[in-house]
Design a protein around this ligand. Structure first.
Ligand SMILES: [Zn+2]
Ligand SMILES: [Zn+2]
Length: 375
């Protein structure tokens, strides 16, 4: 079938993007769903910093590609062997497809699925290859989702069926921001009632982490960013303290507030300085978690002696360490009961042809979560 999609052909185009237009809206061909696959009519897709990282070249991907990995839609057609989804079902995408059979999946670490990671790196679907093309040339999928398109074909194992009462523009947020942010604290760091938490980097994922810390019963939730308006937003979402991480004495401020360092520091800014700040702000015996994705060449130096003598833990967190089909419905239930107000992350709603302008806003720090609505 012919569909419209936002296609990126080249990374590192100059800003402003509304002029350089790194993504062009084009008519492309989408094949029907193969075995184990589903054709989804896109209804809402979020603009995430990880998309921006491909646009600006920090996270290189094979091109041309249709980006977008935080999305929700409606099942239009199911491929052979898909028996548990039907046309009309509402689904949220996961950007980490899980095969259900590899050692990672079998040990409950679906976000680390080995065939899923290999397919994502290649720009293929879990079942192999691509379903998008134009003029005989293949177009790569973005981590199994490719949300910036009117329709997409995805593996069944990239999809979670959700409550049809939930509006699509809210549902999409559960695909990346909520899972990644909340999960970094409650899964990866194992947040316990009464602990002190520092969240560094207050984009959509970081603010979701603030909500997760509040909802998870943290005693102190210290929010840090270099942008004062984001600090105020975090306070409105329940942060008990705010620290401008651009201040020369930011680490001392956190140590003062928390009485010597926080139990858990989580970093979402994707820059080495922010991770250093998080690590230095963590108490002896504490845990530092990072979900930031700086350029792969970036390095971060730590003292092994301090790590040993102070029993420090440093952990990476991908997709919040979640099993989406298990966790997404639970988080949606928390949202519906008012305990995880993820709608507060939403600052802008736009149309697909405004996508370059939307990425200008994200790059300029003028937006938290922007959602593209599809008719
Ligand atoms: Zn994302
Ligand atoms: Zn697997």
């Amino acid at each position: 079938m012919k569909i419209h999609a936002a296609v990126i052909h080249e990374m590192k185009k100059p800003r402003p993007y509304r002029e350089s237009r790194p993504m062009s809206i084009e008519e492309v061909e989408l094949d029907g769903p193969g075995p184990g696959e589903v054709l989804v009519k896109m209804r809402a897709a979020g603009l995430c910093h990880s998309d921006l990282s491909t646009i600006n070249g920090d996270r290189p991907r094979p091109l041309p590609m249709v980006l977008g990995h935080e999305a929700a839609g409606e099942v239009a057609e199911v491929g052979e062997g898909v028996t548990d989804l039907s046309p009309g079902d509402h689904v949220v995408f996961s950007f980490a497809p899980s095969c259900g059979a590899c050692s990672s999946c079998l040990s409950g670490r679906a976000a680390l699925c080995k065939p899923g990671a290999a397919a994502n790196t290649a720009g293929h679907l879990l079942g192999g290859g691509m379903r998008l093309h134009k003029g005989g040339k293949k177009i790569y999928h973005h981590i199994g989702v490719s949300g910036f398109a009117e329709y997409t074909v995805a593996s069944r194992r990239s999809l979670t069926r959700i409550d049809p009462e939930l509006p699509f523009h809210i549902a999409a947020l559960f695909g990346c921001a909520v899972l990644t942010g909340v999960g970094a604290l409650v899964h990866t760091a194992g947040l316990r009632l009464g602990q002190s938490v520092l969240v560094v980097g207050l984009g959509g994922v970081g603010l979701a982490a603030v909500m997760g810390a509040v909802g998870g019963g943290a005693r102190q939730v210290i929010a840090a960013d270099i942008a004062q308006d984001k600090l105020e937003t975090a306070r409105a979402m329940g942060a008990t303290h705010i620290v401008n991480s651009g201040d020369a004495d930011a680490v001392e401020q956190v140590r003062e507030i928390s009485g010597g360092g926080v139990d858990i520091a989580a970093e979402f800014a994707g820059v080495a300085r922010a991770l250093e700040f998080a690590y230095e702000s963590t108490a002896r015996g504490g845990t530092t978690v990072t979900s930031g994705l700086p350029h792969p060449d970036v390095r971060f130096a730590i003292s092994p002696t301090r790590m040993v003598a102070e029993e420090r833990t440093l952990k990476g967190s991908y997709l919040g360490g979640h099993v989406p089909s298990l966790d997404v419905p639970e988080y949606i239930a928390l949202y519906q009961s008012g305990r995880l107000p993820v709608d507060r992350l939403l600052t802008h709603r736009l149309k697909l042809d405004e996508i370059n302008l939307g990425f200008d806003r994200l790059a300029n720090g003028e937006a938290i979560r922007q959602i593209i609505d599809f008719d």
